[in-house]
Design a protein around this ligand. Sequence first.
Ligand code: TXA
Ligand code: MG
Length: 342
Amino acid sequence: MIIDGSNSASITQAAQVIAAGGLVGLPTETVYGLAADAANEAAVAKIFAAKGRPSEHPLIVHVADAASASRFASEIPDFAQKLMGAFWPGPLTLILPRRPDIAAAAAGGQSSVGLRCPSHPVALALLKACATRGIHGLAAPSANQFGRVSPTTAAHVQGEFGDDLLILNGGACSVGIESTIVDCSRGVPVLLRPGVLTATQIEYACGQNLLLNNEQSRQEKRRLEADSLPPEDAPRASGMLESHYAPKAKLRLMDAKALQTALDILDTDAKNIAVYSRQQMHSTSTNILFRRMPEDAGLAAQQLFATLRELDQPDIKLIWVETPPEDAVWDGVRDRVTRAAA
Ligand code: TXA
Ligand code: MG
């Protein structure tokens, strides 16, 4: 059931569902989440079951403010504190060493925990209402079936989980792609998942170089070869699986020229193809579904998942997407469409 998230009675109703160990569809500025009390193991198990997500894939724990982070994190390095100061509330998740006595199931059994303070007013209202009931963190992965396109409206969430789920309506998400994830549990910041924040913004805010995850793994590999020791529970970010965010239709990335060439060689009655491009494309077939990707990276992020869902109609077999530009501001969008194509 979708209820109006801007109404305080709705927030109370949702907080009661959370306190009773239930699940709530929650709007955040990035994407909608499927939320439960992070400290309640049975409630967290319901999230994994509903999503069909393997239970060792850790969930992000959402908190009302930076002060609440220390309820879950055993240690917050100075650079992580700076990142919270700069970007919270907002689309940034920090991986921190976890207090061993809390949120083990939400963290997928890892010794670290992913923490984020979202900026969406409905999310903050629910987090505050939960805090007055003694619940200080909401575990919430994106509210989609495992491996599928993340939801950016309440209707998307209802389409994924049906009408039994209580969903707070907070409108269309303003950011549109999932939070940037920075691992702060290894002494240096490591980017695990790009989002709308650029590496430069992150480095400027924390005063340190941001390592890319593959640089980290290379370093680690060398260290492991030197020590021949097993990795100490290396973070696993399911958003980092090569294939993720996938529509049912087959998605292919091409630059504008290759995309137009592919269209040019189609038959005049070609169908079952959708095209999502920044540049204007043409086809002699009138059955091709065309959508334009905005020129602005932020707008493109905001519309990306809703457009992929819209194009992923039963009769569409192929979605041809123009490869986003190489610029850093496009990193998040490029990452998502590349994984959707994998
Ligand atoms: O924007 C977002 O981050 C959204 C909204 C709802 O907040 N949430 C989201 O959750 O995208 P999810 O579960 O779809 O993606 C969370 C990612 C996963 O890739 C997960 O593996 C990673 O965060 N993650 C969570 N805790 C982690 C940890 N302790 N170590 C490494 N990765 C972690
Ligand atoms: Mg997800």
